[in-house]
Design a binder for this molecule. Structure first.
Ligand SMILES: [Fe+2]
Ligand SMILES: [Fe+2]
Length: 209
């Protein structure tokens, strides 16, 4: 790991996404706020645990470890913010089955290094970019306290997207762009094709009211 230490020039999260979130998904999410918040809380926990898993997998990359340690703490603070909002809105925190997005995105990740490390960093960038895009879409259409929380989170997740993408570029300067294109196409399908359950990273609902 050398060079920019994971820091790249700020850019729009949408710049690496191959398809925008459909308007139908935004409408579905606004009609299922309790389910959205429950999945959102789980996503923040998962984002922290993904960062920790990368730290365990690549302990030799000290710059990555330092950045991900900070990121994991920030994701857990987000988890606490979401659960506080849920309590304020009297939304129960029930166990929920995960959607298809993370598992199917992870199925495209290479199983052996050095390709695996690049894929994990790029999928991290894509998940953070999609999160930033969706927080920004939802924030103007939500009432307080969620409007402010989601506007703040849009900025935080955009920073995380930039961080992951910077480490991917440093890890594989010649391969990252081609691999990003392939993974981003897969991600775009998962985020836009009709889905059976409303989740933060799902597609629009297959059966709509
Ligand atoms: Fe987060
Ligand atoms: Fe994040």
């Amino acid at each position: 790991m050398s060079g920019s230490l994971g820091i790249v020039a700020p850019e729009s999260a949408a710049s690496i996404l191959r398809a925008p979130t459909p308007g139908e998904w935004v409408d579905d999410a606004l009609g299922h706020v309790p389910e959205l918040l429950q999945d959102h809380a789980n996503c923040e926990k998962k984002a922290a645990s993904t960062a920790l898993a990368l730290m365990f997998a690549y302990p030799d990359d000290r710059a990555l470890g330092a950045a991900l340690s900070r990121l994991a703490r920030e994701e857990l603070r987000h988890f606490e913010q979401v659960t506080r909002a849920m309590a304020a809105l009297e939304v129960p925190y029930v166990r929920q089955r995960p959607g298809r997005y993370a598992q199917r995105l992870r199925s495209a990740v290479a199983t052996c290094d050095p390709a695996r490390k690049l894929d994990l960093l790029l999928t991290g960038a894509l998940i953070e970019a999609r999160s930033a895009e969706r927080f920004a879409l939802l924030a103007p259409r939500l009432a307080p306290p969620l409007a402010r929380l989601y506007a703040d989170l849009a900025g935080a997740e955009a920073r995380h997207f930039t961080l992951y993408l910077g480490f991917a570029r440093d890890t594989a300067p010649h391969e990252w762009a081609t691999r990003l294109t392939a993974l981003a196409l897969h991600e775009a399908e998962l985020a836009t094709e009709p889905d059976v359950t409303l989740r933060f990273h799902s597609g629009p609902l297959r059966v709509r009211p």
